[in-house]
Design a protein. Structure first.
Length: 364
């Protein structure tokens, strides 16, 4: 599961990517510095795994991760191949969610591709290009569907009705994610269409250091603009985050954060938000050899969760022994949880909850 960082050239995408992944993607004060997408595997900050490590004292710890992709900047005309348009659109199509970075700070020393700072215009520039590309996809599919619908094919007629709604939405300058599926068949069809503007989006307002806690006028403009989009907005000072990652000691980083009025790096908040945006959650396995966070989709059953460890676990699933994280933390050990009668035995229908500590019984 991948989240792609997008935005106009020079808004702080690659600097943010470096903060998240420490992969040191090339970043500089000119457009199109990033051409090939960089991919970083980023740990998801989670205090629960720290607590489990304290209690179990394992030989090793493995945190949950999410893939973050730094994608080349996009300009007007990208849907027609301008700039690095085709490459950009191909890369973003491969991602499962979008982290859209908007420049929300003034600095005459950092060039803006359009000459001045205006996050509303910047957002609309990218939205329009993505919508135009989706419109092209929808109209191509409609050509085929229309022919089948005219023959009386009921499935084709249902698909045509949905495509017509999406097309109308795109023509109004709105993204496909604002179209509400009326039933499960439409949900499946929308997934099949693989439209870029169907992907969930997280807006990152890149502000100056003094605005990292309170935001600024640009941030308020963005929040007002996206209030009906069912999207999350995060305020982040990418420049300050870059400075924090350069500090060697934990104490120095904490002092820097305190001076800014923050309790944790904004990058940690962003990674957790991206994880949630991808519809992911975590369960844990805890033993003396290893404490590990496993990534599954929200709504996955116990056998599916077991299959993340090994496909044999899913095929031969018998039952799961489950402890809630809070019970594990409060009682302090698996043995004490069992004594208190708080360990549950769950079957194939069990929907795994975020933070469950699990053991699987299986037969192959």
């Amino acid at each position: 599961m991948k989240a792609g960082i997008v935005g106009l050239p020079n808004v702080g995408k690659s600097t943010l990517f470096n903060c998240l992944s420490n992969a040191k993607a090339q970043s500089a004060n000119f457009p199109f510095c990033t051409i090939e997408p960089n991919i970083g595997v980023v740990n998801v900050p989670d205090p629960r795994i720290v607590r489990l490590e304290e209690l179990v004292k394992p030989e090793r710890v493995q945190m949950a991760t999410v893939d973050i992709v730094d994608i080349a900047g996009l300009v007007k005309g990208a849907s027609k191949g301008e700039g690095l348009g085709n490459q950009f659109l191909g890369n973003i199509r491969e991602c499962n969610a979008i982290i859209h970075v908007l420049r929300c700070f003034d600095n005459d020393n950092i060039v803006h591709v359009d000459g001045n700072v205006n996050p509303i215009r910047d957002k609309e520039t990218i939205d329009i290009e993505l919508q135009l590309k989706d419109l092209e996809t929808v109209e191509k599919r409609l050509e085929k569907t229309n022919r089948a619908a005219k023959t009386g094919n009921k499935e084709a007629q249902a698909e045509k009705a949905l495509l017509d709604r999406i097309r109308e939405t795109l023509l109004q300058g709105k993204s496909a994610r604002t179209v509400v599926a009326q039933n499960q068949d439409e949900e499946q069809l929308m997934d099949e269409f693989q439209l870029i503007t169907l992907k969930p989006v997280l807006y990152v307002c890149n502000v100056d250091e003094s605005s990292a806690v309170t935001g600024n006028k640009y941030v308020e403009q963005v929040k007002e603009l996206v209030k009906d989009e069912n999207a999350e907005v995060i305020v982040l000072s990418v420049g300050a985050e870059a400075d924090i990652t350069e500090l060697e000691s934990y104490e120095e980083r904490q002092m820097f954060l305190q001076d800014m009025g923050l309790t944790e790096p904004g990058s940690a908040v962003l990674i957790r938000a991206a994880y949630k945006l991808l519809n992911l959650q975590t369960y844990f396995t805890a033993g003396v050899k290893e404490v590990r966070a496993w990534t599954i989709k929200i709504g996955d059953t116990a056998p599916k969760a077991a299959g993340v460890i090994h496909t044999d676990f899913e095929k031969g699933f018998i039952r799961a022994e489950v402890i809630s994280f809070d019970d594990y933390s409060n009682y302090g050990s698996e043995a004490k949880v069992k004594e208190a009668g708080k360990l549950r035995v769950e079957g194939k229908e069990y929907i795994v909850k975020d933070g469950d500590v699990m053991h699987f019984r299986f037969n192959v």
